[in-house]
Design a protein around this ligand. Structure first.
Ligand code: ZN
Ligand code: ZN
Length: 352
């Protein structure tokens, strides 16, 4: 975490702020290394203040690096507010209106709170070596759980049972799921965010399986679509289309490319095949401490990719009442392309 406070201080100055108050815990963790559940940072040119309460003083002294650790005694918000001065940026996408009002009323004379969302989120986009290692390890662990799940088979099991077993296996291997795994068979696969249900998986269906692990705080995200036996020509055709679109999307990734341009390349292939209306989500998203973070690869994205960012490439086609296909890899953006962190093959795999 060394140096992250300095990078934040630079952006604070660039926005003509005196200080920024960071309250979103994931961002606090990113900046300081603190893993407890109550903490805040105040950062400015000459200020690196980390605040917590008495429950976490000891923990903070072990975990927090490069920040002065201060324990707030008594009420939390007044204790934080007394350290504010001048023009103070706050995370408007995370701070409740009521909390802001309380901070404003408790702050010293002359303090002006100004919305400054996404400051830390922007810093988080490019990962350092240690972060890349953690994400790669999470992806590898999820790959293992895919292998384990396939060995146990799919036919005759309930979607929910398959999802819960995978989740338990992730925990057995020492990680957490980065989100509840999605297992959606047959027509359920056409609902991109289907909750795994009690429905038994039949032979001859496509099954979307979307899962990720979280290790040392860092997430992975991967989707494969399996066939439980003979699925028919139409289904195979849709699968191959998504596979081609996914490949084209991967090929388009490189530092300097616009998120919307990469999305457009994959989307064009799906549209040419007549399924443009059936790909209703963005091509991909950043992954890090959170499973969905900046940048975005989507038709309305304003983001430009940079080396060291970690993003998913996950086109899908969803035919209501019939089937769904999604294929998702997790990749590191490099100067001239990408490095794929997902080790699983993408040939249509039959799982009984
Ligand atoms: Zn996913
Ligand atoms: Zn995803």
């Amino acid at each position: 975490v060394r140096g992250r406070g300095d990078r934040l201080a630079d952006t604070v100055a660039a926005r003509d702020l005196d200080l920024v108050l960071v309250t979103h815990l994931v961002n606090v963790r990113y900046l300081t290394g603190f893993e407890g559940t109550n903490g805040a940072c105040i950062c400015g040119e000459d200020e690196r203040l980390f605040l917590t309460d008495f429950r976490y003083t000891e923990r903070a002294e072990q975990e927090v690096e490069g920040w002065e650790v201060l324990t707030v005694k008594g009420e939390w918000l007044p204790g934080v507010a007394e350290h504010l001065a001048g023009q103070v940026g706050f995370e408007d996408d995370h701070l409740a209106v009521r909390t802001l009002a309380k901070l404003e009323s408790e702050a010293p004379e002359g303090v002006e709170m100004r919305p400054a969302g996404e400051l830390v989120e922007d810093l988080r986009r490019v990962k350092d070596e240690q972060e890349l290692e953690a994400i790669a390890a999470a992806a590898q662990l999820a790959d293992e759980v895919y292998g384990w799940s396939i060995e146990r088979g799919l036919v005759g099991r309930a979607e929910r049972e398959v999802a819960r077993a995978a989740e338990a296996r992730i925990r057995e291997l020492g990680a957490e799921p980065s989100f509840p795994p999605i297992v959606a068979a047959g027509a359920n696969g056409a609902l991109p965010h289907a909750e795994p249900g009690e429905r038994e998986i039949d032979a001859g269906e496509l099954v979307i399986f979307d899962m990720g692990a979280q290790l040392d705080g860092y997430c992975s995200d991967c989707t494969r679509t399996f066939a439980t036996g003979e699925v028919g020509e139409d289904a195979v055709e849709v699968y191959e289309l998504v596979r081609r679109a996914q490949h084209a999307g991967l090929d388009a990734v490189a530092a300097g490319k616009e998120g919307r341009a990469v999305d457009a390349i994959a989307r064009a292939l799906i549209a040419e095949a007549g399924h443009g209306e059936r790909f209703g989500h963005g091509l991909g998203h950043g992954v890090g401490l959170e499973v969905h973070e900046a940048p975005r690869l989507a038709s309305r994205s304003e983001d430009t990719l940079a080396a060291g960012e970690v993003v998913t490439i996950e086109p899908g086609v969803y035919l209501p009442g019939r089937l769904g296909v999604r294929i998702e890899d997790l990749v590191v953006v490099t100067g001239d392309g990408h490095r794929n962190l997902s080790g699983l093959g993408k040939e249509l795999t039959v799982v009984d």
